[in-house]
Design a binder for this molecule. Structure first.
Ligand code: PEP
Length: 261
């Protein structure tokens, strides 16, 4: 039985002073206040901008101690060096941050992140025993050209090629055409790619790791469609952008995930 994971991605939104109220409202809406009352079947995580890592951790722990993980949205592959503006794995660990997104399509699209860079970042995070959420997914042109599986295979195999043991690795399948557009993949479309992705993991590592690896769907997931998405056998949670900025909406999605398979 895989533990479900509901991950918010705040992108470049929110200020530190808004966080106590956000987590108070989220705790009230989701209906749990501490670790003991928190259903172990579903983890909740927020990936926040670097300056919010510490204030978000404090605000979440103040409203709902032990219930929420705070993650970064990106990390550099080297431990240190002359890389102005970048943040390393040891720096995240030093702050007590144990998880990060890697290779989000906005990073690939606007900041030129390549499959090779995503693979190196993932390796650095896995070797530090942290939780990487690696994003993959095709553009609309790639889907329309019938190359969805080829694109996902290329992105996934680049990551797995240099990873003898995937550790806590999580993949998020995020079709680029569904991110922030209000046009989610259908549950059937998402399930089809998730099953394919799990098959790639199975081929490389065998049944134990493939059956234990969590695969998230991302792309305009919202309170109305999360139930159907979570009912799919290979969907273990969601990476949620817009709806995770609203405490009531994200709370509804977390509750739906708790009730799913
Ligand atoms: C995302 O940013 O990863 C995402 C899926 O965004 P949205 O839910 O807004 O489509």
């Amino acid at each position: 039985m895989r533990i479900k994971l509901m991950a918010g991605n705040w992108k470049m939104h929110k200020l530190a002073r808004e966080l106590p109220e956000f987590f108070r409202a989220f705790a009230a809406a989701v209906g749990f206040v501490d670790e003991d009352a928190f259903p172990a079947s579903t983890q909740v995580l927020f990936a926040v901008p670097y300056p919010l890592l510490d204030p978000a951790t404090k605000a979440a722990n103040s409203s709902m101690p032990g219930c929420i993980r705070i993650a970064a949205q990106n990390v550099h592959q080297d431990a240190q060096g002359a890389f102005t503006g970048e943040v390393s794995v040891p720096m995240l660990k030093d702050l007590g941050v144990g998880a990060t997104l890697i290779g989000h399509s906005e990073r690939r699209q606007y900041f030129g992140e390549t499959d090779a860079a995503v693979a190196k970042k993932t390796k650095a995070v896995v070797e530090a025993d942290m939780l990487p959420i690696v994003c993959v997914g095709e553009t609309l042109a790639e889907r329309e050209a019938g190359t969805t599986e080829a694109v996902v295979r290329r992105q996934v195999e680049a990551v797995l090629a240099d990873l003898p043991n995937p550790g806590h690795l999580v993949f998020a399948y995020e079709p680029v055409w569904a991110i922030g557009t209000g046009r989610s993949a259908t549950a059937a479309q998402a399930q089809e790619v998730h099953a394919f992705l799990r098959g790639l993991v199975r081929k490389r590592y065998g049944d134990g790791i493939a059956d234990g690896m969590r695969l998230l769907y991302g792309g305009s997931a919202n309170p109305a469609n999360i139930g159907e998405l979570m009912a799919q056998p290979d969907i273990d949670g969601a990476l949620v952008g817009g709806a995770s900025l609203k405490p009531d909406d994200f709370a509804k999605m977390v509750k739906a995930a708790q009730q799913a398979h």
